[in-house]
Structure formats: C-alpha cells, structure tokens
Ligand binder design. Structure first.
Ligand SMILES: [Zn+2]
Ligand SMILES: [Zn+2]
Length: 320
C-alpha cells in the first residue's frame, strides 16, 4: 500500500509500505477521505510544537471497513483520533480527551495519510448514514462542539467567536444552532464575508460578550479577548499557541470572569455532531472548498496555507 510521510518540514514523500495485519479487537480500515487540518499544515511547515519527524499526518477521516469483528465489511466509519491510556486521572474522570498519556493519531503517532489503517475498535464510530466527506468533517466539528459544551453555550447567549478558520466557522455554526446570538471577529476580509453570506453572522458590533471563544490560537488575539468579556463572563480557549498569556488581574477579577481551555473532544461531542449531520443541520458542501486526489498530496501541500487560494476546508479523496 501507499503512504504519504512528512519526512521533514516542507517535504512530503510517497512511500510504499506493508499492509497492516489484522488482529483481534482491531479493525482494518480503508482510508477514503482525509480532511486537512491546521495541525497538518503547521506540522508540514515545521511550526507545530514538540512535533517529531518523520510522521504520517491526517486525523480527520472518512473510512471504509475492510476487516472487523465489530463492524460490517464495507460499512463507512470514522475514528476518534485521541488514543488514551484508560488509567490516568483524566481517563478515570471520563475525560480521555485530555489523557495524560494521549497519543493523537496523526500527531504523536502515525496517522491516516495512508491507504489502510488498523484501529482499535473502541475508537471507531459507525457512520449510520453519513457520507465519507461528512465523516471527514466530524472531528473538527467535535472540537467546536466540545468548546461550546465546556462553555455551556445556550439559546440567547451573547457569544463572540474570535477567528473564522475552520474551527471558528464550525464553532459559529453550532453556537447558532444552539440559539446563541453569535458575532465574529476576524482580520481576513474573505473569511468575514463567508461568515456574513454563508452563515448570516455579523462582524463584532458590541464591546463585551457573556461568552468569548478563541479559535485563533494567536497570542495577541487571545490577550485582546479578555477585554471583550462582560462582567460575569466566560472565556473559552479552543485555539492553542506556544507562549504564556498575560492579562490584568484587576480587570479579570472585577468581572468575576472564568477562563477555561477546551482540548480535543469526547465521544459525546462526536455523537452530537454526527446527529446534526443526520438531521441535515450541517452540510459538508458548505465548507469543503477544495478536493485533491491522493496523488496530488505532495504538490498541493506546499501552497495549502496560502490565503490567496481561499481554502475553507480541503479534502483528500481516495478511490475505492
Ligand atoms: Zn484537526
Ligand atoms: Zn489517560
């Protein structure tokens, strides 16, 4: 079988590899659709912290079952790519998304940019009606859903989402589906236009919000968000960056504000998102702007971050 390996920053090599061997408790899956994520782009660019090379990227996957005791052959599935230890404090608390020993598929361990993968059955979710393209969008939507669940976003909440990359857009859409009053702050005019035209979401008009959600992962944006919090407000960080965050304690204190991070997602978030797809409340064609053939991975990756390409979400597709 073939696999694309990011051998070193800026270099993607098509390699020939042995097929994974089926074993009990695991399913052999054919990779059919791969969503390209900011993590993949950062890893390729060489600015993902603690990233080791060579690495097979890819963790947003639409998959087809080839061999399994648990799932039907030919059935479409996706996976929860956060491999966890089941024994640390977080795992015992039912929070495997922030397991102390987490191995994210495609980040800490080799991922899905290969024709076949072998995955432990407990991480696999049956499509039950979702298409391969929809399955490839489930993970980033689950990240958004998890952040909103962490922040207990409800109907009527005034929400500011900072950043309208894919995670920001998905956060905006799910917050809107929950009935929140959502506004967006974003520097890129094309993305702002997308929010207005495709999602009906205006650029920020208010000085403060009950809930501020960062989906930029940019230090300056994150630090600016504290001043946008209403008194009694809540700040949820979905985006991640490398530096220490500085903010005024008196300003934070007088608001009795709450600051929380949101890491990955849990099975509850995956199932919630998959139901939204089944109900037609999320449609993959709203967001998938570019599709690449498997053979084009090496030629497409070097320019995938280029804003001039106006990529909302790009997908690699593999034939049956
Ligand atoms: Zn991702
Ligand atoms: Zn654990």
């Amino acid at each position: 079988m073939q696999q694309w390996t990011c051998t070193t920053p800026g270099q993607m090599d098509l390699q020939e590899a042995d097929m994974p061997q089926a074993k009990s408790g695991y399913s052999l899956l054919k990779v059919r659709a791969i969503g390209i994520c900011g993590t993949d782009i950062h890893a390729f660019a060489g600015n993902q912290p603690f990233f080791l090379y060579p690495r097979i990227l890819g963790h947003e996957l639409g998959l087809e079952v080839v061999e399994s005791d648990q799932f039907a052959i030919g059935e479409f599935v996706t996976l929860i790519p956060y491999f966890n230890c089941q024994s640390c404090e977080a795992c015992k608390q039912g929070k495997p998304n922030c397991c102390e020993n987490i191995q994210v598929f495609g980040v800490h361990a080799d991922g899905g940019m290969r024709e076949f993968i072998l995955v432990e059955d407990r991480y696999i979710l049956a499509a039950k009606g979702l298409s391969l393209e929809e399955l490839a969008l489930v993970e980033p939507f689950a990240i958004a859903a998890h952040g909103l669940r962490r922040g207990q976003i409800q109907a009527g909440d005034q929400v500011l989402v900072m950043g309208a990359g894919p995670i920001g857009l998905f956060t905006i859409l799910i917050a809107k589906l929950k009935g929140a009053k959502v506004e967006v702050s974003e520097l890129n005019a094309d993305r702002l236009q997308f929010c207005a035209e495709q999602l009906g979401i205006p650029a920020s008009t208010q000085t403060s919000y009950a809930k501020v959600i960062d989906a930029t992962g940019n230090l300056a944006a994150i630090e600016s968000g504290f001043a946008r919090l209403a008194h009694g407000g809540q700040y949820i960080l979905i985006g991640l960056q490398k530096q220490a965050i500085h903010f005024s304690h008196p300003e934070f204190h007088k608001r009795e504000a709450m600051l929380m991070s949101s890491r990955n997602a849990t099975i509850e978030d995956f199932e919630y998102v998959m139901d939204l797809f089944r109900q037609g409340k999320i449609r993959s064609e709203w967001f998938i702007s570019h599709r690449f053939d498997w053979s084009a991975v090496g030629s497409e990756f070097p320019s995938i971050h280029d804003p001039a390409r106006k990529i909302v979400k790009a997908l690699i597709t593999l034939k049956k």
